[in-house]
Design a binder for this molecule. Structure first.
Ligand SMILES: CC(C)(COP(=O)(O)OP(=O)(O)OC[C@H]1O[C@@H](n2cnc3c(N)ncnc32)[C@H](O)[C@@H]1OP(=O)(O)O)[C@@H](O)C(=O)NCCC(=O)NCCS
Length: 190
């Protein structure tokens, strides 16, 4: 983490939305899904997340180089009903109970991988979820995404179910198997 700084991002600023979208494009370029959005698609999606700061206590983190380049990001928030997201509601009902914290896709610039950036950001998200008194933290990952799956398992997450999901782009559809991984937070409290 030498000369790299973690800070909170402000998605009410279009400049920061654009930076995150650019990072996502670079990070997901080598993704096993050929259906990831393009730059404009990511900008729209990420722009929607700005309201999560107020409605769901979101933690929107970025890692920057000393020159200010954004090289990693992570967003997590409470999966509470105020978010009004059918996709998320379905996940929460399958998890059972309430007070879950949802991790959205983390992304690290390919040139900055394997330096512990995603790990540092995940630790901060877990810390935030605990502060919010959430009982569990969960995220979705494709089976083929070994880096992300390994990281979650290494941090005590367990596979709870697999959600079948279909994405559509330019008239074509692709079925995806999204593995849901969860970590309980309460039992580790001192
Ligand atoms: C997944 C991703 C965020 C990991 O970022 P990173 O900063 O390189 O990860 P870290 O260096 O913090 O590694 C943390 C742990 O992740 C796992 N990991 C990371 N890269 C890995 C790889 N290439 N192979 C296997 N495990 C890997 C390991 O468990 C690692 O712990 P270790 O270093 O003790 O072995 C990054 O590869 C990425 O941006 N991928 C594309 C976007 C993506 O798939 N996001 C997740 C969508 S659900």
């Amino acid at each position: 983490m030498t000369e790299l700084v973690v800070s909170e991002l402000d998605l009410t600023k279009q400049r920061e939305v654009n930076e995150v979208a650019k990072l996502y494009v670079a990070a997901f370029r080598s993704s096993p899904i050929s259906f990831v959005p393009d730059l404009e698609g990511f900008k729209r999606e990420i722009g929607e997340w700005r309201k999560l700061k107020q409605t769901a206590n979101a933690k929107i983190l970025g890692v920057r180089t000393k020159d200010g380049k954004l090289v990693a990001t992570s967003i997590g928030h409470k999966a509470n009903p105020a978010v009004k997201d059918k996709f998320l509601d379905d996940l929460v009902s399958r998890l059972g109970g309430e007070n879950h914290y949802f991790l959205r896709e983390a992304a690290v610039d390919p040139e900055y991988r394997r330096r512990g950036l995603a790990q540092r950001l995940l630790e901060l998200q877990i810390e935030h979820a605990r502060k919010l008194n959430c009982g569990s933290i969960f995220g979705l990952v494709l089976h083929s995404n070994t880096p992300q799956r390994s990281q979650l398992v290494k941090n005590g997450f367990e596979h709870v179910f697999t959600k079948q999901h279909v994405v559509a782009k330019r008239g074509a559809v692709m079925p995806l198997e999204l593995m849901c991984f969860r970590k309980h937070l309460h039992e580790e409290k001192q």
